[in-house]
Design a binder for this molecule. Structure first.
Ligand code: NAG
Ligand code: NAG
Length: 362
């Protein structure tokens, strides 16, 4: 009987490996609230999206921890690829064959720097996300063996979204923040970029070969910043300057990394340009506004958090911003289309479709 169980278990795993081989790649997600799909639900932190109306347009119409009315960017990438959505790494259901789908390690509030988001207390900082990825790989090896596990990782797709919080929830969090007393903005940006390079190098040494790295959006144009700094709807100047310094330096750093590695592992997604398109011509994308959040209160619905007591728009698809900081599902869908298909203005050195076509699975 025991022998029988073992054989059928082996056969089951064999079938799973076969299925993954045919169906797709594992998908790993790292970063902040733009891509967190529920890890913070398992932590004692104030950075969470587990109350209504978050999730109002999610298939279950319930909050999940995603900072969106519905799906977020990694969900839509999985959907476009025909993959199951990844589970949050801290979700106890992520075990056994589910490990083959990949995992989402992201945690709202984190940045490149360890001191970013300290006000949220208990979040999974980026080095801890990478430690969890190592732990994940041990669990994967126990499930399918060393060689197959390495193959799953080296054929996988990775998405990493970091950096916005190093400005919003660190340098500019309070006037005279520790980092702003230590660095001018001109010096802070290269410091963050050099720390980010170390993070990405560590990720590469963990065996991944296809990584999409998003830049920040135009940080000064989010409803939260408009509410604080804008008289006539113009974007907040200092944060705009931060994004204008950060994004090109990020792209250059990724190019340096690829040159050092001798392979185009890292792709830069110009999310700043994608958002600027929404801001300059919201109507072209079917939006009525890029300034007012769907859910919030005060000017631009940009003050405080999105809660059950906030103003809530009836049609989320008409808004670029769901809450004072995060895009709506509709905006996320347009961003993913650019990640997949965008030209050199949006994706450098290539878009996701080209990357996956160039590197067919073995
Ligand atoms: C952040 O923390 C990690 C590990 O905890 C450490 O290796 C790294 O050097 C730290 N970064 C900085 C800039 O202090
Ligand atoms: C991926 O892993 C497999 C299994 O260990 C190995 O045979 C293959 O050479 C690896 N490919 C790359 C590009 O590292």
């Amino acid at each position: 009987m025991v022998g029988f169980v073992n054989i059928s278990t082996c056969f089951f795993i064999f079938l799973l490996v076969l299925a993954v081989g045919v169906e797709g790649r594992a998908f790993f997600v790292f970063g902040d609230s733009l891509v967190d799909n529920g890890n913070n639900n398992y932590l004692v932190t104030t950075a969470r999206a587990d109350a209504p109306p978050y999730g109002i347009d999610y298939p279950t119409h319930r909050p999940t921890g995603r900072f969106s009315n519905g799906l977020n960017i990694p969900d839509i990438i999985s959907e476009e690829m025909g993959w199951e959505p990844t589970l949050p790494y801290l979700n106890p259901q992520l075990r056994g064959p589910k490990l083959l789908v990949g995992a989402n390690f992201a945690s709202a509030g984190v940045g490149v720097l360890n001191d970013t988001g300290i006000q949220f207390v208990n979040i999974i900082r980026i080095y801890q996300q990478l430690n969890y990825f190592e732990e994940y790989q041990q669990r994967l090896r126990a499930l399918i063996g060393i060689d197959e596990a390495r193959k799953v990782v080296n054929e996988s797709l990775v998405l990493i979204t970091l950096g916005g919080n190093d400005f919003v929830n660190n340098y500019y969090l309070v006037p005279y923040s520790a980092r702003s007393r230590q660095y001018s903005l001109q010096d802070y940006v290269p410091f963050v970029i050099s720390e980010y390079k170390k993070v990405l190098m560590r990720l590469y040494t963990l065996g991944v070969l296809r990584v999409i790295v998003t830049g920040t959006g135009p940080l000064g144009c989010v409803p939260a910043e408009l509410a604080l700094h804008s008289r006539n709807g113009e974007c907040a100047e200092e944060l705009m300057e931060a994004a204008e310094l950060y994004n090109p330096q990020l792209k250059d750093m990724l190019k340096d990394l690829n040159d050092e590695i001798g392979r185009k592992v890292f792709i830069a997604a110009n999310t700043n340009q994608m958002h600027m398109d929404f801001i300059s011509e919201p109507q072209r994308f079917g939006f009525i506004t890029s300034k007012i959040a769907c859910c919030g209160q005060g000017p631009y619905n940009g003050i405080g958090l999105c809660t059950p007591f906030s103003n809530l728009c009836p049609n989320r698809d008409l808004y670029v911003f769901w809450d004072p900081f995060h895009p709506s599902e509709k905006a996320n869908r347009i961003i993913v289309q650019q990640i997949l298909n965008g030209d050199n203005k949006y994706m450098h050195p290539m878009n996701l479709r080209t990357m996956l076509a160039m590197d067919p699975k073995a």
